[in-house]
Design a protein around this ligand. Structure first.
Ligand SMILES: *[C@@H]1O[C@H](CO)[C@@H](O)[C@H](O)[C@H]1NC(C)=O
Ligand SMILES: *[C@@H]1O[C@H](CO)[C@@H](O)[C@H](O)[C@H]1NC(C)=O
Ligand SMILES: *[C@@H]1O[C@H](CO)[C@@H](O)[C@H](O)[C@H]1NC(C)=O
Length: 504
């Protein structure tokens, strides 16, 4: 095995010389670079794989599943050891629980999972058992989700609505209309997707039903709600709200294509949320016209004293398959002002429609030259940004650039993983929905970062337990994690949650 430093310096030489990377199978040799605004972004390859078995149960007694819907590093936990390993705590967030046979009364929650990362950069293929040691994961604890008065949240489809109301102590403005599970006691219905872990222990959580953004306390209690503009709310023909995800609204977010992406620029306290694909009026009712999605920005610098104002809104053109269908976006991550990573993909892989995924990437997009449409006529659903998928001529969309493929055959083979048949535990899962960035802290490569991603296994286990009741989903799909090493030359301080006072 070559030393990491040697391989990385070879990559640097290769890039300086402008040579095209030779296909070979070590992490560094797989480096692929893209140029954006004069800077070079490099994918240095897969460096770790981790797994939590499909039947693992958390402290509540339920199956630990769906955890790749959102991940974030717990603030201040990232540590580099003298021996070159890294450790920390991930906050992992499942969505609305096991719902293959309809939604259930699953209380929203967040899990703390400790990890030790031992990056592997060699070219020899590790056995599947040894591959799992490169990202060793240890479940620690679970925080359940509640409303202010200790009422549990629910994963049930929100057929009911709680009217807007005010008067909560410590809440600076009235709560907007909220999606409710129509149970005997009405519970706030949450289909959680994106997560941001704040330095004070609170969380921003994005949801697909509203689609809303919630501020949640360290103890799991709801603190505040952000309601997006009317163009994004699910409205009926008569312009009434209906949050159900069983049918598409007439305008607003597509059912199950809500705020999948959520990320924070911590230095300016700007929170960004992105819809998985276009709203219905923007072409979202068909995969062939749904690529023009919206990214929203909120100023969350004073969430305790005022409702966060909308401060920006841009159109992001998602990638297309060779059949012209949208590769919807499951997560975003802030990199530097105007620049983001985007996890866009098809729905194939283990437990998907097909074993073979054709597109699963961490791409880059840049909004610095895109039109800011917030507060314009486009926030009214009567004025689509892309009628039938044709972008309005007055709008310039973000610049979307292909970057890192998660399904590179040679990279996966180094960890005994694969894409395409056979359908077995070494096949990568279909649904990857999370991104988290942490610094490598390598003085030779100060702009190198680890990019973590985890998959949502939809709680699929033959020995499952949901809200205390056993279930058999007919298959066992483990919770899989991947870690890549990347060079992001423009990274700014707000993009990475730091540990021990390092300088980024
Ligand atoms: C909790 O508050 C919600 C309104 O926010 C209300 O619908 C519900 O009935 C309350 N539950 C209890 C147990 O007080
Ligand atoms: C929303 O629509 C669903 C199904 O179309 C219906 O059952 C439900 O009653 C509606 N909810 C409201 C609040 O109108
Ligand atoms: C996936 O591969 C398995 C073989 O391992 C095959 O039996 C199955 O039909 C394939 N699934 C699809 C959807 O093609």
């Amino acid at each position: 095995m070559h030393s990491v430093a040697r391989l990385l310096s070879l990559v640097a030489l290769c890039i300086q010389a402008g040579a095209s990377p030779t296909p070979a199978s070590s992490a560094a040799a797989a480096a692929v670079s893209v140029k954006l605004n004069g800077l070079t972004y490099i994918n240095k390859g897969l460096v770790a794989f981790g797994l939590i078995p499909s039947d693992f149960r958390e402290s509540i007694g339920d199956t630990l599943g769906g955890i790749g819907s959102g991940i974030a590093f717990k603030f201040g936990t990232w540590l580099k050891s003298a021996s070159g390993t890294y450790s920390g705590t991930l906050i992992a967030q499942p969505d609305r629980g096991f719902n293959v046979d309809g939604t259930t009364d699953y209380q929203s929650r967040r899990h703390e999972i400790d990890f030790v990362l031992t990056p592997y950069t060699g070219s020899a293929a590790l056995s599947f058992a040894d591959a799992q040691k490169t990202l060793a994961l240890t479940y620690k604890s679970t925080i359940l989700g509640f409303e202010r008065n200790n009422t549990k949240t629910s994963g049930l489809d929100p057929l009911a609505i709680r009217p807007a109301q005010s008067g909560f102590p410590g809440v600076p403005a009235a709560d907007p209309e909220l999606p409710l599970a129509a149970t005997s006691e009405p519970h706030l219905a949450v289909d959680a997707e994106g997560i941001v872990a704040n330095s004070d222990g609170t969380f921003w959580v994005s949801d697909e039903y509203g689609p809303y953004i919630y501020l949640v306390g360290a103890d799991g209690h709801l603190i505040q709600t952000i309601q997006p503009p009317r163009a994004i709310l699910p409205l009926t023909k008569k312009g009434a709200l209906n949050f159900t995800a069983q049918v598409n609204p007439k305008t607003g977010r597509n059912a199950n294509q809500g705020f999948e992406g959520l990320t924070l620029d911590a230095s300016t306290q700007t929170l960004y949320a992105m819809l998985q694909s276009a709203t219905i009026q923007d072409g979202g009712d068909d995969k062939s016209t749904s690529r023009f999605t919206r990214l929203l920005a909120y100023d969350v610098s004073a969430p305790a004293t005022r409702r966060p104002p909308l401060v920006g809104e841009w159109v992001v053109p998602l990638p297309l398959s060779d059949k012209g269908n949208t590769q919807a976006c499951s997560e975003i991550h802030f990199v530097s002002p105007g620049l983001f990573l985007a996890l866009s993909r098809d729905g194939d892989g283990r437990s998907g429609d097909d074993n073979n995924s054709k597109y699963r990437q961490a791409d880059l997009f840049d909004i610095s030259k895109a039109t800011d449409i917030h507060g314009t006529k486009f926030d009214d659903p009567a004025n689509p940004i892309a009628d039938d998928g044709d972008l309005d001529k007055s709008i310039k969309a973000a610049n979307y650039v292909s970057f890192l493929s998660m399904i590179d055959k040679d990279q996966l083979a180094r960890f005994s993983l694969h894409n395409g048949k056979p359908d077995d535990p070494t096949l990568l899962n279909a649904k990857w929905e999370s991104l988290a960035l942490a610094p490598v802290d390598d003085p030779a490569f100060p702009n190198d970062f680890f990019l973590f991603t985890a998959s949502d296994n939809d709680f699929i286990s033959t020995k499952g337990v949901a809200s205390g009741k056993p279930f058999n989903a007919g298959a066992d799909i483990d919770n899989q994690f991947l870690v890549f090493r990347v060079t992001l030359p423009s990274v700014s301080p707000g993009s990475v949650h730091r540990t021990i006072g390092a300088q980024l």
